[in-house]
Design a protein around this ligand. Sequence first.
Ligand code: FES
Length: 136
Amino acid sequence: MRSVSDKFYVATDDGSKGRKGLVTDVLKEILDKMSEKINIVFAIGPVLMMRAVAELTRQHEIKTVVSLNPIMVDGTGMCGACRVEVGGTTKFACVDGPDFDAHQVDFDLLMKRQKMFLQEEERARECWHKCRGECK
Ligand code: FES
């Protein structure tokens, strides 16, 4: 990324690389100063982060692209896990994306969908920890 970027900023949760903090902390500082026009922002990572970036860049009317790889499971268009509403239309990240206009993605619905199987996931995690795969 550094080799193809005019400016390159790094932020990590623990400060082990670059600045300690959120990507949006750094981005907000850049956008608040904004001495130069920013043409486009790419956000790739956790859905929560991509949503926060999209909300921030929307205020500044900066085109933003998010990569919805993190919501993909089988990547074949078969499982439906990556279903997302973009501009009011149902899309599948693995076959229609994974890159989308961030300001068109319905992140509220996406995050709601990601919590659909939270209880089952928690139960499976507890089972794995307790039984090391021997539970039924
Ligand atoms: S990842 Fe399964 S349908 Fe897209």
